[in-house]
Design a protein around this ligand. Structure first.
Ligand SMILES: [Zn+2]
Ligand SMILES: [Zn+2]
Ligand SMILES: [Zn+2]
Length: 936
């Protein structure tokens, strides 16, 4: 009896928990824990404490291995080569779906619509329920029935004199038609609107005609003529291949009908609508001009425009100012013809006038010589694209929206199918450019005709649900057409999250890597609700996260630590946020009970009268509305604002390229702005982002910081190396000579998988040492070069303590909190936050100028509270040396530590793009205009 009860409980526990016993992957210290199933669980801890080792390298890896074991023998053989997660057992594991940040390997053509499958549904929807329109006449194409045509004709006033005509396809041979018509017994035909009879054989007529109609019947309309009309209409439809024209002989007015979904006026047909037709990635669907990419190389007005603050005479358009006499004379004549002054700023001209100047107009073409617009004139100058002039003009050319498809990449037919048959009904291209929030409203209110509803209802429901999820994860400002590769890691992850919610799957284990990244606190609340929805569908949601709000919403927090690397890997505490806050052992708990708030030196006075400022005026790219960004030099400035409010457009797409072009001769074109002041106070600008260090996975912290060259010198000085004549090059894993050739110095070998990402297994020739035996025989203080690459920064510091140049760089790495990172660790295995700190360390180790601007975009991504403190310390050191730090950030601790803040808003997309407030954090907190203020 008792035994049974114990057995039952064990069974129930197994269903309710994921039991992990003896996990030792990487630095995990043989830990055991039970994760509650069907709950929202947060794993947290400082960088390097083992969060990813537990979530991804143990739980996900084991889930993936079990999945693959259910597949083919080949797959099982390959998996046998893989290092298994080092864990004694995991019980109660559901199928795992991991949603990481990295966007590697995404198809460059994929966009938000394809990634969320919404576009797949829309394609079917447009194919099944769309109405084709004639691209020329703008009429909805439909199949008129004979009864419908007769009914419409009988609806005309009684007594009307009518002709029933069969309009023949263009280019028919007149004589042939006449001969056939005579045989068939028709007496009359119309050519170019003039009625002729067949018996007066028309010598004067042209051989072929594009406007030839057989007169099938002539009648005076009476109600009892239904039978006769049916017969005549049927005859005309047959003669003219599905077309019939009713002409009023008195007024000359005509009405066209088509029995086969063709434009009655020009006979355009859309053919059978298939979903493929609505994909730019299929041969049937692609726009022939751009091949479906939506862009072509062409002269770009934005590249010709110098500044819209200047007048034409002052040189608003490069090469057309008063100083270029010949060109100026012509553009001035064009301006006169358009009634426009050449002495007012370009931006004050009407859109129509600007269009006339850039693209030409009937007025400018009437000039002698005709003026084809600045772009048209450039095209003519360029000619066939060869020769020195064409090359000189290359800099005005760039990828522009395809003139045929307007950037949608869709072919003619697809562009002219709409949902609904009124002229204002939307096409697929329209929907792809609508912000998701607006699109969601559109589909909520869309009602289709009864006949289409049956096929459309389920498709519409699927689209509506998915749009709702996208809105809830805080990306309502994006469009379906937005390319995936242009999204931030956080946006990409949230889109995948919305897609998974839309699939409605249940009983799964979702593992997410910091979904809160890049979210303003406003959007974060919605994200939390989304995670709860995912849980309430019956899934387990496991989140690696540092965000306080998400922790407070979690059913359980697992706090790993206490330190990084070897000093981490223990479970410090488990429980809800309030339980952790009472736990003395928990590092996270200390922050949750607000014991440690980010300290730091007194802020620098950003308003000091002698302080120089960098000022970017009149930025108006993307959604920016004439924004002015003021950055006090030598200070730490944070740019804040809700997602999509224009922070990135302002800093990354306008200020940065403008500054880089000024200081370092960069080639990227900034978004339009009026002027940039104060750049002369700076020597250079350094972007410290989270992209991987170096260009290949072969880069590592040692190569990036310049340590490796110094270490190779040390090895070349060892006794064995000197005896054998090995130079520093012998100790490189990038060149032949010293490295293991089996793996070409990688230490691992790639195995291609047919259905999963490629996997890497340890090289069995060198056993992962990366060098050949002879090279490894050279030892420094008993260590080989392979040993050194496996050392952590802290370990290496001891080994090289008598080499000041090496030690300075190692010290910088320790200062940014990377003492636990291994010198030879592949760039591919460093998190974004770690890569960023390696870059900061390289900067700290430099001989500083004090006149550098450091720009960081969301630098706290992936960082625990304790790491954020550390990062703030590093940034403070940079400003203490007189440098300027500009950070785009949502993290409230970072904002509070700033000397100066610039707040954009008030919302995302078109509702954003303005600087709503600026000042110290304390001032912003009191400023009712600031969206961010309430959180400070
Ligand atoms: Zn037409
Ligand atoms: Zn195109
Ligand atoms: Zn090898």
């Amino acid at each position: 009896m008792v035994a049974t009860k114990v057995g039952e409980r064990a069974e129930r526990d197994a269903l309710e928990t994921i039991r992990i016993r003896g996990a030792r992957t990487h630095n995990l210290k043989n830990i055991s824990l039970d994760l509650p199933r069907g709950r929202l669980v947060v794993i947290t801890g400082v960088s390097g404490s083992g969060k990813s080792s537990l979530a991804f390298d143990t739980i996900c890896a084991e889930g993936q291995r079990r999945y693959v074991e259910s597949l083919s023998t080949y797959a099982r053989q390959v998996m046998a080569l893989l290092p298994r997660a080092d864990v004694d057992e995991i019980e109660g594991l559901s199928p795992v779906i991991s949603i990481e940040q990295k966007t590697t390997g995404s198809n460059p053509r994929s966009n938000v619509g394809t990634a969320t499958e919404i576009v797949d549904y829309l394609r079917v929807l447009f194919a099944r329920a769309g109405t084709p329109f004639c691209p020329v006449h703008g009429r909805a194409l439909k199949a008129d029935s004979v009864a419908g045509i007769v009914e419409a004709t009988l609806g005309r006033p009684e007594g009307s004199k009518l002709m029933v005509l069969a309009p023949l396809p263009p280019g028919r041979n007149v004589r042939e038609v006449v001969a056939e018509g005579l045989r068939a017994g028709f007496m009359r035909f119309r050519i170019d609107g003039v009625v002729e009879t067949f018996d007066t054989l028309p010598e004067k007529l042209p051989e072929t005609s594009d406007a030839l109609e057989v007169v099938v019947d002539r009648l005076r309309l009476r109600a009892d003529q239904r039978e006769r009309l049916v017969e005549s209409v049927e005859t005309a439809l047959e003669l003219a291949d599905g077309r019939v024209r009713i002409a009023d002989m008195d007024s000359g007015e005509t009405e066209d009908f088509s029995s086969r979904n063709a434009c009655p006026s020009c006979d355009y047909t859309a053919g059978v609508l298939e979903p493929n037709l609505f994909s730019p990635n299929t041969p049937q669907g692609a726009c022939p001009t751009c091949g479906g990419t939506g862009t072509v190389e062409a002269f770009d007005p934005d590249l010709v425009l110098v500044s819209d603050e200047l007048s034409i005479a002052q040189g608003a358009l490069e090469g057309w100012g008063r100083e270029q006499e010949g060109n100026f004379e012509r553009i001035a004549a064009a301006a006169r013809a358009l009634g426009v002054s050449v002495d007012v700023p370009w931006k004050t001209l009407s859109a129509g006038a600007r269009q006339g100047i850039l693209r030409g107009s009937p007025e400018t073409l009437a000039l002698d010589p005709p003026f084809h617009g600045v772009i048209g004139e450039l095209e003519r100058l360029r000619g066939d694209g060869d020769g020195p002039i064409a090359r000189a003009l290359e800099r005005f050319r760039g990828p522009c929206a395809c003139p045929e498809c307007g950037g949608s990449g869709l072919g003619l037919t697809a562009r002219n199918v709409r949902l609904g048959d009124t002229p204002d009904a939307k096409s697929l291209a329209d929907l792809l450019t609508m912000p998701l929030a607006e699109l969601s409203d559109y589909f909520q209110s869309l009602s289709l005709p009864e006949s289409k509803r049956l096929v459309a209802d389920r498709l519409l429901e699927a689209v509506r649900v998915r749009l709702e999820f996208l809105h809830n994860v805080g990306v309502g400002y994006l469009t379906l057409g937005r390319r995936i590769e242009t999204l931030s890691g956080g946006e990409h992850q949230r889109i995948r999250l919305a897609g998974l919610l839309g699939s409605g799957l249940t009983g799964l284990l979702y593992v997410l890597d910091e979904p809160s990244i890049g979210l303003h606190p406003v959007d974060n609340a919605r994200l939390i609700r989304t995670l709860e929805d995912l849980r309430d569908l019956g899934n387990t949601v496991l989140v690696v996260e540092h965000d306080e709000e998400i922790m407070r919403a979690a059913d359980r927090i697992i706090d790993l630590g206490p330190g990084a690397g070897e000093a981490g890997g223990y479970v410090l505490a488990e429980g809800r946020a309030e339980e952790l806050a009472c736990n003395e052992r928990s590092v996270t708990g200390r922050y949750l009970r607000r014991e440690r708030t980010a300290p730091g030196p007194a802020p620098i006075d950003a308003r000091a009268p002698d302080r120089a400022r960098l000022e970017l005026r009149g930025a108006c790219g993307h959604n920016l509305k004439n924004a002015t960004l003021r950055v006090p030099l030598g200070c730490f400035t944070v740019v804040s604002g809700p997602s999509g409010s224009g922070k990135s457009s302002l800093v990354n797409d306008t200020l940065l390229p403008a500054l880089v072009a000024r200081l370092q001769g960069g080639k990227r074109t900034p978004l339009p702005y009026a002027e940039l002041l104060g750049a002369e106070e700076l020597d250079k600008v350094v972007v410290v982002d989270q992209s991987p260090i170096g260009r290949t996975p072969r880069s590592n912290p040692a190569t990036y910081t310049g340590l490796f060259g110094l270490i190779r010198e040390v090895f070349a000085q060892t006794q064995t190396a000197r005896e054998r004549g090995y130079g520093p090059g012998r100790f490189s894993f990038n060149t032949k000579g010293g490295r293991c050739e089996a793996c070409q110095g990688d230490g691992v070998v790639r195995v291609e998988m047919q259905f999963l990402p490629d996997v890497y297994v340890t090289c069995d020739i060198c056993g992962g040492e990366r060098y050949n035996r002879e090279t490894l025989e050279c030892r420094f203080k008993g260590r080989s070069i392979g040993d050194v690459l496996r050392m952590t920064v802290s370990e290496a510091s001891e080994l090289f303590q008598n080499h000041p140049q090496i030690e300075r760089r190692l010290q910088a790495l320790r200062d940014v909190g990377l003492g636990y990172v291994r010198l030879g660790q592949s760039a591919a295995t460093l998190s974004g936050g770690e890569a960023q700190r390696v870059k900061l360390a390289a900067e700290l180790a430099r001989v500083e100028t004090g006149r550098t601007l450091y720009v960081l975009d969301e630098p706290t991504t992936g960082l625990h509270f304790a790491d954020v403190e550390e990062l703030l310390g590093v940034l403070r050191r940079l400003t203490a040396q007189g440098n300027t730090v500009l950070v785009v950030e949502h993290n409230v601790d970072v904002m509070r530590a700033a000397d100066w803040m610039v707040d954009l808003g008030p919302a995302g997309g078109e509702a954003g793009g303005r600087v709503v407030a600026e000042g110290t954090p304390a001032e912003l907190a009191r400023n009712p205009e600031s969206v961010t203020g309430p959180w400070l």
